[in-house]
Design a protein around this ligand. Structure first.
Ligand code: NAP
Length: 254
């Protein structure tokens, strides 16, 4: 059963990876989209590709989620106020340095994007859902939020924060018809590692060496499944990993 046709879905970090695949998967179900990202050309291309392929409307917001006031203004100006589903996805990791050796700039960028950026998005969108007493918030956490791994502590902390924020929201919204889900992927092959290693393709490729990582389409399929469930059914948290990954630290590379 398709419960997503005609719904309005707001997706951050929609230009690449998991966000882009999720936009495509919702479009296939007939949902209208608000896609947010920093790269205008990628947003425009995705809008035209999806509008040409499916009978849907796509609205674009060019914005950096770390710029809270700009984001708030753009959400206020957005013509679509009845957002049914939020995919709070924009995020990144930087480096694999020890906590005490990482640069101050890397701390700032990861925390500003993954924690403060996600909060700014929630601050803009959740009141619209509360007003209608209707909605579904999907935050992109990670299995990295469950336990730290060597060199990943700051990123892991940011995803542990996503878990705390998601759980807190669910408590605050318990009297509303608003579902709150934390999606926690393991290894997914996207540009994530290229960003983490600041363009070092070789190092990025090694992350996925000897293991069949998940694809962004796999994550999109799980997100769409979660959002398509009957509205009284709330999946609170989903961890999903490749078959040869057991947790953030344990990977079998055949
Ligand atoms: P990706 O391919 O690098 O895509 C990241 C997306 O976020 C891009 O669209 C990027 O857009 C956007 N973005 C980054 N910083 C932004 C900012 N300040 N403002 C607006 N947009 C911003 O990475 P991905 O793997 O799809 O990651 C998506 C989410 O999944 C992240 O939250 C990540 O932590 C989480 N996750 C990923 C994995 C994995 O293994 N890949 C595992 C667990 C969780 P532009 O750069 O074009 O602006």
């Amino acid at each position: 059963m398709n419960r997503l046709s005609g719904k309005n879905v707001f997706i951050t970090g929609a230009t690449k990876g998991i966000g882009k695949s999720t936009a495509e998967a919702f479009a296939e179900k007939g949902a209208n989209l608000v896609i947010l990202g920093r790269t205008k050309e990628l947003l425009e291309k995705l809008k035209s590709d999806l509008e040409n392929k499916y009978k849907i409307n796509v609205y674009t917001i060019e914005c950096d989620v770390t710029k809270g006031h700009d984001l708030k203004e753009k959400i206020e100006k957005m013509p679509i106020k009845n957002i049914d589903i939020l995919i709070n996805n924009a995020g990144l990791a930087l480096g694999l340095d020890k906590v005490y050796e990482s640069s101050l700039e890397d701390y700032d960028k990861v925390i500003d994007t993954n924690i403060k950026g996600a909060l700014y998005v929630l601050n803009g969108i959740v009141p619209l859902m509360v007003e209608r007493n209707k909605g579904h918030i999907v935050n992109l956490g990670s299995i990295a939020g469950d336990a730290s791994y060597y060199g990943g502590a700051v990123y892991c902390a940011s995803k542990a924060a996503i878990k705390a924020i998601t759980d807190g929201l669910r408590i605050e919204l318990v009297d509303k018809n608003i579902r709150v889900t934390n999606i926690k992927p393991g290894l997914v092959e996207t540009e994530f590692s290229k960003v983490r290693f600041k363009g070092d393709e070789e190092r990025a490729k090694n992350t996925y060496k000897g293991i069949e990582a998940l694809t962004p389409d796999d994550i999109a399929e799980v997100i769409v499944y979660t959002c398509n469930l009957p509205e009284n059914l709330q999946l609170t948290e989903i961890a999903l990993m490749p078959v040869h990954q057991a947790d953030g630290r344990t990977v079998y590379r055949g």
